[in-house]
Design a protein around this ligand. Structure first.
Ligand code: ADP
Length: 503
């Protein structure tokens, strides 16, 4: 039998909470759905190759559905290896004849134009992102879309300043970049990948994830509207086989991949022995560490932001919480109370904190891990919040009584599931936090700067936030250690993998 405690942390026998606030009774908001009236989606999207929407040679299309309604939104083309070949050839031609020959200042102008159109169409992009991917409109409106435009602005600024990127040396573009992205930040990941590639003078073949292709197709429209020369950016849709055809195409000079560690390893093997450069941004299992001297309420909010907002669909999600023993009880109590206030539901509602899980498969994976956690002896607690009956949704969940060897502590779940462990000393928590195959990100909450310096210098993670969590900026590099990947994206570091440096 599976036992899950649902919103019952402080209830007495009559079901009433002892001393705790009854959040469910007094905190109802009226629905505040974002309008879909201004959204124009075609029934069918072809491949964006050489500046035009082109029917796939495969002749095949697949559906993209809304994970919150399970209804079909549109169908998109499935590119086969001939389609990939066409896209790579278009990118090569554009690289040799146009983009690499164009003055860098002019390249920058196109990128600024793309950024501005993204801003003008921000509302439309945010709504489509939430419809296709399931994330709350608050996230797509306030984080994904503004940050995507910010990346184009930032890298547009670099386009004519390449000589300053490597003082004392010259740089050269690589050629055609093949870019494969996941479903958790569809438009933002496209911007992370395309913007530095273009600024450095490369051309692009990009493949969005099969469950979230629509904002990428909207980006193709924006690229057309910006008048970017044909073939500089090609966007082709499909699943793993299409991605593999990009990776293995001999005309590709660089692969940039964000996705699972499992697929990252397959790609790394496929690229071994070739002269293709690559960057891989893979899984994570971040430690969020709370010391007893932290501002506890602020830290609790940071934990909630780190793992529950955005459904835990973030590779840098703070999915392992380490709390100093002396404050563990109070942190866990406050966390459970806060979980009770979280609203799970319609991604388009502005009150929603936790939207839809991206796909049925992902929902099944989360359920599987929760069962594993319980069978391993973990104590599972879930918010008692209501969950829509249609669509793929999951309640915010936390586990106590877990150990370092528990699978839910070691493996990436990619859902709103938090595991909590306690510690006594700084040394102990650093040891525990590092005892994992991943090393993408982490968080530390303390009043003491010295502890921040000690923890951040000893945690093996690419990004560590102090007294905050999940903050991004285009100027700041992002990437991992160990099985979380290699290379950095963002900032000057993110430009370098698209350049050859000539000393
Ligand atoms: P996630 O678990 O985040 O869905 P995946 O690694 O499965 O991550 O997918 C990330 C991206 O990689 C998607 O665009 C997917 O289509 C693509 N992909 C999946 N398998 C392969 C493969 N063997 N080669 C290249 N790309 C792949």
């Amino acid at each position: 039998m599976i036992l899950i405690q649902v919103g019952a942390s402080s209830k007495n026998k009559s079901g009433k909470k002892k001393g705790a606030l009854d959040f469910n009774s007094g905190w109802k908001y009226a629905p505040a759905p974002e309008s879909k009236d201004h959204i124009q989606l075609k029934n069918r999207y072809d491949l964006f190759i050489n500046g035009k929407f082109t029917e796939p040679e495969s002749g095949k299309y697949f559906d993209t559905i809304s994970p919150s309604t399970e209804k079909k939104l549109a169908e998109v083309a499935e590119a086969n290896s001939n389609d990939v070949d066409k896209a790579v050839n278009a990118a090569r031609h554009a690289y040799e004849k146009t983009w690499s020959r164009m003055p860098a200042k002019e390249r920058g102008k196109y990128m600024y134009r793309i950024a501005r159109i993204m801003q003008e169409r921000a509302r439309e992009l945010a709504v489509i992102e939430s419809m296709d991917g399931g994330k709350p409109i608050r996230e797509s409106r306030d984080i994904d879309i503004p940050l995507a435009a910010a990346h184009f602005f930032y890298y547009a600024g670099w386009a004519d300043k390449m000589d300053y990127s490597t003082p004392g040396a010259k740089t050269k573009s690589l050629g055609v970049a093949g870019q494969i992205i996941p479903w958790n930040f569809p438009l933002l990941m496209a911007a992370w990948k395309i913007a530095p590639a273009l600024a450095a003078g490369n051309t692009v073949v990009l493949k969005p994830a099969e469950t979230t292709p629509l904002t990428a197709m909207k980006l193709a429209e924006i690229i057309q509207e910006a008048g970017l020369p044909d073939g500089v950016v090609n966007i082709i849709t499909g699943a793993g086989a299409t991605g593999a055809a990009i990776v293995n195409h001999p005309g590709i000079n660089k692969i940039a991949f964000t996705g699972s560690t499992e697929v990252g390893k397959i790609i790394q093997k496929a690229l071994a022995g070739t002269n293709k450069k690559y960057t891989l941004e893979l899984g994570g299992k971040a430690a969020n560490i709370i010391f007893e001297d932290a501002a506890i309420d602020q830290a609790v909010e940071g934990i909630v932001n780190g793992i529950f907002f955005n459904q835990g669909h973030v590779c840098c999600a703070g999915s392992r919480l380490f709390v100093q023993e002396s404050v563990a009880d109070v942190v866990i109590r406050k966390l459970k109370d806060r979980m009770e206030t979280l609203i799970v539901g319609d991604p388009l509602d502005k009150n929603t904190d936790i939207g839809a899980i991206n796909s049925k498969d992902q929902l099944e994976k989360i359920k599987k891990y929760v069962k594993i956690g319980i069978h391993e002896g973990g104590v599972c607690y879930q918010s008692s919040c209501s969950v829509p009956s249609k669509g793929f949704f999951y309640r915010p969940t936390l586990f106590t009584n877990v150990s370092q060897s528990s699978r839910i502590v070691q493996e990436e779940i990619f859902g709103p599931v938090l595991s909590i462990q306690t510690f006594r000393t700084v040394e102990e928590v650093i040891e525990k936090a590092n005892n994992i195959p991943y090393g993408l990100s982490g968080g530390v909450w303390t009043d003491k700067g010295s502890k921040i310096f000690k923890v951040t210098s000893q945690l093996r993670a690419g990004v560590i936030w102090a007294n905050t969590y999940n903050k991004f900026d285009p100027t700041s590099p992002f990437g991992g250690y160990k099985e979380s990947g290699m290379g950095r994206e963002g900032g000057l570091h993110g430009l370098m993998p698209y350049l050859e440096v000539i000393h």
